[in-house]
Ligand binder design. Structure first.
Ligand SMILES: [Zn+2]
Length: 154
């Protein structure tokens, strides 16, 4: 897929997500993607992975945990942001024409005109991108719960 900085919102894991290495995720995802998965407790836990394309540990851990659950329901809903898919393809922190994905979140004072900044702002909209989900979705994203867990270091 050609890479995009626009946020895609999904209410399911893309086919083969669990066994696709970070470098190959570009085959499944066109760019930063927010994936809402239902769970027994509905307030979602926000998880971000691959903000830097050369750091795939989060993806590997996430895939491992989700594989372990298999078809069983998750104990808690998840809102998963898969970040820099395009840089992951190259094994790089970011591409030359991209901002650092750790510097495009609300509150940043740099890259505020970038499409990546606009994408991450969408994650924080009151409906967390839920408006783009299918009507069958029964969960909602609580921005307050995202806000408390979204920040990472590095
Ligand atoms: Zn990093």
């Amino acid at each position: 897929m050609p890479h995009s900085a626009m946020l895609t919102v999904l209410d399911h894991l893309p086919e083969r997500f669990l066994d696709t290495p970070a470098r190959e995720l570009h085959r499944l995802l066109s760019g930063p993607t927010l994936i809402h998965l239902p769970g027994r407790r509905t307030p979602p836990l926000f998880i971000s992975v691959l903000l830097h394309g050369n750091e795939d540990t989060g993806v590997v851990a996430l895939q491992s945990v989700l594989r372990a659950y298999g078809k069983r329901p998750l104990p808690r809903a998840l809102s998963i942001l898969v970040g820099n898919v395009a840089a992951a393809r190259e094994g790089l922190r970011r591409l030359d024409d991209q901002p650092d994905y750790n510097r495009v979140w609300p509150g940043s004072t740099v890259h505020t005109a970038s499409p990546e900044y606009a994408a991450m702002r969408e994650v924080f909209q009151p409906d967390g991108g839920a408006r783009r989900l299918s009507p069958a979705s029964t969960f909602t994203t609580t921005p307050a719960s995202i806000r408390t867990t979204a920040w990472s270091v590095d």
